[in-house]
Design a protein around this ligand. Structure first.
Ligand SMILES: NC(=O)c1ccc[n+]([C@@H]2O[C@H](COP(=O)([O-])OP(=O)(O)OC[C@H]3O[C@@H](n4cnc5c(N)ncnc54)[C@H](OP(=O)(O)O)[C@@H]3O)[C@@H](O)[C@H]2O)c1
Length: 283
């Protein structure tokens, strides 16, 4: 098997590369400067050159707040870019594994979302990623759509890093307590993806660490784990005023993982512990 990873300079892309290399799977990682997914000529040229059996498409415009100010850029990358990758993957007969998001849901549900729930994104980022999903379904005969949430890992900028940085300069950190989701460690997701792409169990998957919490509870767990006495104040989304509407409940039920016989991803608290261990080792 030969795998090509788009967005290979991102936090998930780098983790996938590491995992596949470890598994001795032939893998080519292309970052934005090597393959801008919005340029179909480049996408065609490089996919035809490398002829992978599987394309894992992680490249995305991921700044949720900024997407409200520059929606055309978000749609260009997340929707049109995905269409390019989908079209060319199909052309070369490759399986496409598209990484999508919990933000395709509006968050109004009282319960966790499963794979058959109908998306209804409430912000530009979510809408652009959902449009990407539809292009994948329209253009590809063999695809995985993997929705994940609240990613963090040892590469790149994420909520955990931001909290640690804030604690250095702020006496009290205010964190939103009325949005719920599942923090997900990129290393655990990469393990699942490496198993998934070995199969032909195509379709939509929700893949997150097990369990859920609010951003506030996530922040508390981070400092509990670090044994750092930081004052954290729970606030509402209204008070946070980020200029972007986010789902209140974006917890994803990982149904397809269970039904298709894959292992559930570990509990989110366990994953966080493991992340700090890996971080110390890698420093
Ligand atoms: N982060 C989360 O909490 C989260 C949650 C749910 C789903 N996801 C999805 O998971 C995937 C991976 O996210 P991540 O956290 O690893 O994001 P990330 O660290 O921002 O990585 C995305 C990568 O895509 C690259 N990229 C942007 N525009 C591109 C283009 N036109 N062509 C090629 N590459 C481009 C970025 O490069 P530059 O940095 O140079 O722009 C970056 O290296 C994304 O599809 C995202 O939508 C993320």
């Amino acid at each position: 098997m030969k795998v090509l990873v788009t967005g290979a300079g991102g936090q998930l892309g780098l983790e996938i590369l590491k995992k596949l290399k470890y598994e001795k799977i032939q893998v080519i990682g292309l970052n934005k400067s090597e393959m801008d997914v919005t340029n179909i000529k480049i996408v065609r040229k490089l996919l035809l050159k490398h002829k992978p059996n599987v394309v894992i498409h992680t490249a995305a415009y991921t700044n949720v707040a900024l997407a409200e100010k520059e929606p055309e850029k978000a749609f260009q990358v997340n929707s049109e870019g995905t269409k390019n990758v989908a079209e060319i993957s199909e052309l070369i007969g490759a399986v496409l594994c598209y990484i999508s998001t919990d933000y395709v849901f509006d968050g109004e549900s009282e319960t966790a979302y499963n794979e058959s729930d109908v998306p209804n994104p409430k912000n530009t980022y979510g809408t652009s990623k959902y449009k990407g999903e539809k292009f994948v379904q329209e253009h590809c005969s063999k695809y995985f759509i993997v929705r994940t949430s609240w990613l963090y890992g040892i590469h790149g900028s994420n909520f955990v890093e931001k909290m640690i940085k804030k604690a250095k300069s702020e006496k009290v950190i205010e964190v939103v307590a009325d949005q719920f989701g599942s923090p997900t460690y990129t290393k655990d997701l990469a393990i699942f993806l490496s198993e998934l792409i070995e199969t032909d169990k195509f379709g939509i998957y929700h893949a997150t660490n097990y369990g859920s919490c609010s951003w506030y509870e996530f922040a508390c767990e981070i400092f509990k784990e670090l044994k750092q006495p930081v004052k954290i104040k729970p606030i509402t989304s209204e008070k946070y005023m980020s200029g972007v509407s986010r789902p209140k409940n974006s917890v994803l039920e990982n149904n397809a993982i269970v039904v298709n016989g894959f292992s559930q991803l570990p509990y989110w608290q366990y994953a966080l512990k493991n992340y700090f261990k890996c971080l110390n080792i890698s420093k």
